[in-house]
Design a protein around this ligand. Structure first.
Ligand SMILES: Cc1cc2nc3c(=O)[nH]c(=O)nc-3n(C[C@H](O)[C@H](O)[C@H](O)COP(=O)(O)OP(=O)(O)OC[C@H]3O[C@@H](n4cnc5c(N)ncnc54)[C@H](O)[C@@H]3O)c2cc1C
Length: 253
């Protein structure tokens, strides 16, 4: 059964005497949806993850640690070179601005670990020419850091739900894909070895994310210090991060 565009509102673990493993009772918000059960749950529902709260792996909804602010717009300018990405280091705001193009559109934005008001100022300063016609949209950023445990019984959290945003660049896709691979291998191993998926996943999660996080955080602080002293180094450092070339990056499993 595949249910798309449904919103999880209820998740309950059922442990019954007659069964070795628990199962999950799941309910969606949409009218007419019948509750169903599942043997495994992978919570990949983002930074505001309901799964992490409903499963008790996180005890409260995280607040924003920063903001992003950006705008897509049509340019109609044929001279623009698609594929060019420009960074604007904003080290004192704990972030950066960016600008990249498609053939007839442009995305311009800023992100950082400060209040929205300060970022709006930075946006207006960087993209002065667009101030009047382009109102940017904003969104909260949550740099949570890895959880103590991201699995319990047969429930697993992956991606932003598991707090895997890279703290210097704000990139989350790499770790999201990495955690998805680890989650699927945990499920396979759990089936083969008759173990709980959460237990298998927690070991992988500890090894790949939690143990490495102190080094990742130290790396982020060093890179940040460097970009305060030498702002022009920021784009190269982000490139190094994306390419997995820094000493604190763990290789893909
Ligand atoms: C504007 C923006 C730009 C970004 N740019 C980059 C970038 O350039 N590079 C990079 O590496 N990272 C970037 N990130 C971060 C990256 O997008 C995330 O780290 C990544 O998308 C996390 O993937 P995810 O699947 O864990 O969560 P998400 O992509 O957040 O997906 C979660 C999904 O779960 C769904 N969901 C939530 N609650 C429920 C519910 N109760 N029931 C059912 N479904 C639910 C949501 O609708 C959503 O579809 C950016 C983030 C933002 C906001």
């Amino acid at each position: 059964m595949l249910l798309e565009k449904h919103t999880l509102i209820h998740l309950q673990e059922i442990k019954s005497k007659g069964r070795d493993t628990p199962y999950y009772w799941i309910k969606a918000a949409e009218a007419g949806t019948v509750p169903f059960t599942a043997r495994y749950v992978i919570g990949a529902d983002g930074a505001m993850s309901s799964c992490s709260l409903l499963s008790g792996l996180r005890t409260k909804q995280p607040g924003p640690t920063g903001y992003g602010l950006s705008r897509f717009s049509e340019t109609g300018d044929e001279k623009i070179n698609p594929g060019t990405l420009t960074f604007y280091p904003l080290p004192l705001l704990g972030g950066a601005g960016w600008s990249f193009h498609g053939s007839n559109w442009i995305n311009q934005g800023v992100g950082g670990l400060v209040k929205l008001k300060q970022l709006k100022k930075a946006y207006n300063h960087l993209f002065r020419e667009n101030q009047k016609k382009l109102k940017p949209v904003s969104w909260p950023l949550t740099f949570l850091g890895p959880l103590k445990r991201a699995g319990r019984d047969n429930l697993i959290l992956a991606g932003d739900a598991a707090g895997l945003i890279e703290p210097f660049s704000g990139e989350g896709l790499y770790n999201t894909f990495k955690s998805a691979i680890l989650a699927s291998s945990a499920l396979t191993r759990a089936e083969m070895e008759n173990k709980e998926a959460g237990e298998v996943y927690n070991n992988l999660y500890r090894e790949h994310f939690r143990k490495a996080f102190i080094a990742v955080l130290a790396g982020a602080v060093l890179l940040h210090g460097r970009s305060v002293i030498y702002p022009a180094s920021l784009p190269r450092q982000i490139e190094n991060l994306i390419e997995n070339r820094l000493w604190f990056n763990r290789p893909f499993p």
